[in-house]
Design a protein around this ligand. Structure first.
Ligand code: BT5
Length: 321
């Protein structure tokens, strides 16, 4: 009901009387008044005039599902959005929902994470209302070994959305970083629950720094935000919707046609290819030139002895950055 009132206010640039709202929604005027107060408590500025009614003056930059959905044009992804003002980790919350049978396409968003995580137990800095901290539950019918390709597909979707919405020039650093001017603006964490031959679900977590004006010591040199790069702030719900709008077609293309379909786009955004890289994997460090990404999403590194090594997972550092 609250969402419906909000929608009515958004569609009306002038005042809407309590009577009009109560009449069209079939609720009492007191109920309308209560919902309006609740919207105000959420941060919406609504002018209330005894004679003329209510008018929406300003909306907060929040990840409320209603704000995201307004710009969403997907069929499945983001049709169900679970909102937290604060949560330990949206990936952890998404896992819990997926274990309780939440459908594929369910999105979890939070204004803040108290224990946001990166890969291999690293921390993800996720302060209140500066960025987009979100996780998408996916239920792909692909083999577990193919799951890492989802990270690459999602990186392509994020890069496309950021380029379109901001006019900036994002680059993908294999496998899971989006960079702006060499600094990290987004990290992706893909986790899954699977048997040997079957995926139960995949959780794709994305952390996008949007309106951060600064970063703490330790991240200052390596992290950036859309605000710092464009010198203007952006609507977080709008960027969230833009990312989900790109994610859905890229994901379905991956599932139906394989990584080959996306590979061209991925390469267009890659900042690795043709560069000297050092890749730390769990068991070794590989140095060479990143020459390509293959049909399976593996990074090909040409070593000094001329041999090509295919890398499935690791951290890439670029030389002469
Ligand atoms: C990642 O890991 O880049 C994956 C980050 C995924 C975060 C999202 S937020 C929503 C969802 N819920 C979660 O709990 N996580 C996901 P990795 O490649 O391991 O990079 C981690 C490293 O990035 C850290 O060790 C820091 O050096 C750096 N870092 C931490 N916070 C950052 C930030 N906000 N912006 C840029 N760099 C950051």
């Amino acid at each position: 009901m609250k969402d419906q009132i909000l929608r009515m206010l958004k569609q009306n640039s002038g005042y809407l009387s309590g009577e009009e709202i109560s009449g069209s929604l079939g609720i009492s005027r007191t109920a309308v008044w209560k919902h309006i107060n609740s919207l105000k408590a959420d941060g919406y500025t609504i002018d209330s005039q005894t004679k003329t009614g209510y008018r929406l003056i300003h909306r907060p930059d929040c990840l409320f599902p209603e704000e995201i959905r307004e710009n969403l044009c997907t069929n499945e992804v983001g049709r169900n959005i679970v909102y937290f003002e604060s949560v330990d980790s949206t990936n952890r919350a998404a896992r819990e929902l997926a274990d309780k049978d939440a459908g594929g396409g369910t999105v979890v968003v939070a204004e803040k994470q108290t224990a946001g995580k990166g890969r291999l137990g690293r921390e993800w800095h996720s302060p209140f209302r500066t960025g987009i901290w979100m996780s998408v539950i996916l239920r792909p019918e692909i083999a577990p070994v193919d799951a890492p390709k989802i990270t690459l597909a999602v990186a392509t979707a994020v890069a496309k959305a950021l380029a379109e919405e901001t006019g900036l020039n994002p680059g993908i650093k294999w496998p899971n970083d989006i960079l702006l001017n060499g600094k990290k603006v987004c990290g992706i964490l893909t986790e899954m629950k699977a048997d040997m031959d079957r995926i139960h679900y995949v959780i794709v977590g994305m952390g996008i720094n949007v309106n951060d004006m600064e970063f703490p010591e330790g991240l200052r040199e390596t992290a950036t935000s859309l605000f710092l790069e464009a010198v203007k702030s952006f609507s977080r719900p709008l960027i969230t919707a833009a990312v989900l709008n790109q994610l859905e077609p890229v994901y379905f293309s991956l599932i139906q046609k394989g990584f080959g379909e996306i590979r061209g786009d991925w390469k267009k955004y890659s900042v690795n290819l043709g560069r000297e890289v050092m890749v730390n994997t769990i068991k070794e460090t590989i140095e060479g030139v990143a020459t390509d990404i293959d049909q399976d999403g593996l990074l090909l590194v040409k070593k000094a002895d001329g041999s090509i090594q295919k890398i499935t997972a690791g951290d890439v550092t670029m030389r002469r950055e």
